[in-house]
Design a protein around this ligand. Sequence first.
Ligand code: GLU
Length: 444
Amino acid sequence: MYNLDQFMAEIERKNPSEPEFIQAAKEVVETIIDTVNENPAYVNAKILERITEPDRVIQFKVEWEDDDGQVQVNRAYRVQFNNALGPYKGGLRFHPSVTLGGLKFLGFEQIFKNSLTTLPMGGGKGGSDFNPKGKSDNEIMRFCRSFMTELHRYIGPETDVPAGDIGVGGREIGFLYGAYKRLQIENTGILTGKGRNWGGSVIRPEATGFGALYFAKNMVEAHNDTLKDKRISVSGFGNVAWGACMKATQLGAKVVTISGPDGYILDEEGVNTQEKWDYMLELRASNNDIVAPYAEKFGAQFVPNKRPWEVKVDMAFPCAIQNELTADDADLLINNGVQYVVETSNMGCTADAVEKILAAKIPFGPGKAANAGGVAVSGLEMSQNSMKLSWPEEEVDEKLKHIMGNIHDACIKEGTEDGYVNYPKGANIAGFKKVADAMLDMGY
Ligand code: GLU
């Protein structure tokens, strides 16, 4: 039998200086420990020790030349966490905050998220402390080329299939794919999020944001409610926020905020036109990492150095980075009458924030369920690559909706307690069981 405190003490001992990984492990383990203890096969197979230890971690050096001819050195990793259900699958993050502990948290989350999609994908994550801010396209290309020179040895369409994450979008995937193709002389489904002309799936760029809104639609409908006319705050202004703004608008809701490291935009008109969505992409592509110019361009308000959680809304969608919504922010949202929180970034809310939201009995969609649409369409891209076919938009969108509906059903099935749906618990148990059962089937 497992004891939570003892187990977590051991995790802390084995993973010192990795607070985010410890946070993610605790969040999962505390919700699944009863399920594990009720099943002697899991306990005997030491399933918790095995699922919290990555299969392997690859660390490598990335040397590249900047536009001034100076040599630059970055550190990079690929964490291959668990491949019980399929090839390791998960994004690459290029951000100065990247550390091994951060990628271990993301790779760990990815195991359960990918399991929830029901597609055959294991969990992994990678990235580098490279900062794309202020870099030219050529610098990004040289960095990506050097990064792949090392990484290509460890990945493959049936082994490990990286994709994008923060700081890695279509442009970076293109450069990475170009480098891989040159090294291996083959066109293969080695990355997802590829361009449409060379093996990418329709809707992959939009999929995380779209999926979060499909999940949210299921959530509100399960509470006899509708998305129509809901006032929404979104954080971030990248790919995920962009998809969320578009789909929220299409489903009749109104997004009134987006944000960047410099502050947030309050747009009472709504982030609701093609022009505004296109501008978000332009801002992101500029590599300046600021959102303020949106306010000037569209006559909206810019609130410097603040997060959007002080704005009164019906629904909040953190779409930026881990731990971006704190306990104080949760208090603000709750006091302002928020009805739903849909965590669209990975571990976007601190543990204290989640505790407050759950204690207030506000439906809370955890990242690993709500943001699974991105990796789900990555899984569909892998299927299309294997078949050497590409499916039309309606087909991919229909499959995405279906997958998000199934994830929501799984949360309800495993997470309902006394009439309240504890979505994080439901997602963790449903995601865990499939992986754990596969691990039992395969031995050690
Ligand atoms: N980075 C995304 C995530 O956090 C997508 C991963 C993928 O498509 O492999 O799920």
